[in-house]
Design a protein around this ligand. Structure first.
Ligand code: 13P
Ligand code: SF4
Length: 303
């Protein structure tokens, strides 16, 4: 029997109205949190909404770097999270000191950072990107420009392949997406003949190479709109299947691997969201000097 979340969802909506808060939820959030949010999206969509909102409070149901990005873009707003422990292990795989050392090793290089980084790292780089616009951002630079891409080696490898650029890659990775193996794709295709495979670019290249589409979480949510395949194998965090099934009820969606679960994304619960709004808990702050330096790279990302 499924749990009835309607009373908690109504309480969250009541508090959001009382506090003039906007509730943003990433596509990997629990279904009941997504249902109660004002907006659900990928990193880029949510950053753009955070930059433009007129609400006084942003309740960010996602992981810490996403809430920090919202604060960088909207410093006058109060940014809260349902659970302050929701981090992103990939974002912790590179520090601001690491970026300074890379700059010393590669003078003249442009440093492009995936948005999955801390504010302190964003303050040291030239431009940020998300999975939705990484190739576009890299392609803006002249071909001879040296590019260093941090921290996701797999997204970086995919972007290098897409754009034909040679890039220096930092050896970071998403522990959730590297669980998905090429053998999983081969097995799911054998089980579901005729299925199309959609993959997130955080997957290792050997997985991306076997996919029909490689795109951001929202890119995958939209893809079936302009495609009439009956069954899709989905190579990303399993939470995306909830949104896919809801948006496209006549199609079948199969996880490439049931083990691809981001425990950090699941820390955001309705209880946590209600408590955060009720008591102003888990406020996300960024020191002014870091924020001012990070804003340039983040603004280039959302523009
Ligand atoms: P998207 O920007 O595609 O939503 O991805 C964010 C993320 O953390 C994927 O693991
Ligand atoms: Fe970070 Fe991976 Fe979780 Fe995305 S899925 S938030 S990259 S750990």
């Amino acid at each position: 029997m499924s749990t009835d979340f309607s009373a908690q969802q109504a309480e969250l909506r009541r508090l959001a109205a009382a506090r003039n808060a906007v509730v943003l939820a990433h596509n990997y959030q629990r279904a009941e949190v997504q249902e109660a949010a004002d907006f659900v999206g990928d990193s880029l969509e949510l950053a753009r909404i955070a930059a433009a909102t007129e609400a006084d409070v942003i309740l960010f149901c996602g992981v810490h770097f996403m809430a920090e990005t919202a604060k960088i873009l909207s410093p006058q707003k109060t940014v809260l999270m349902p659970d302050r422990r929701a981090g992103c292990p990939m974002a912790d795989m590179i520090t601001a000191d690491d970026v300074r050392a890379l700059r010393a090793e590669h003078p003249g290089a442009v440093v492009v950072a995936y948005v999955n980084t801390t504010a302190a790292v964003k303050a040291e780089v030239d431009v940020c990107c998300t999975s939705a616009n990484a190739a576009q951002i890299v392609a803006r630079y002249p071909e001879e420009q040296e590019i260093v891409f941090v921290p996701d080696q797999h997204l970086g490898d995919w972007v290098a392949h897409q754009t034909g650029r040679r890039m220096t890659l930092w050896p970071g990775y998403c522990p959730v997406h590297v669980i998905i193996r090429p053998e999983d794709i081969v097995a799911r295709r054998a089980e579901h003949p005729g299925a199309k495979v959609m993959a997130h670019p955080e997957c290792p290249r050997a997985v991306a190479d076997l996919a029909d589409v490689v795109t951001s979480t929202s890119g995958m949510l939209r893809y079936p709109q302009s495609d009439d395949t009956a069954t899709y194998v989905v190579a990303t965090e399993v939470g995306l299947l909830t949104g896919l099934r809801k948006r496209h009820p006549s199609r079948t969606f199969v996880a490439a691997s049931e083990y691809a679960v981001c425990a950090n994304m699941k820390l955001g619960t309705l209880e946590g969201a209600i408590a955060a709004l009720h008591d102003g808990l888990n406020e996300v702050t960024v020191p002014d000097d870091v924020r001012e330096r990070a804003l340039r790279a983040v603004t280039r990302m959302v523009e």
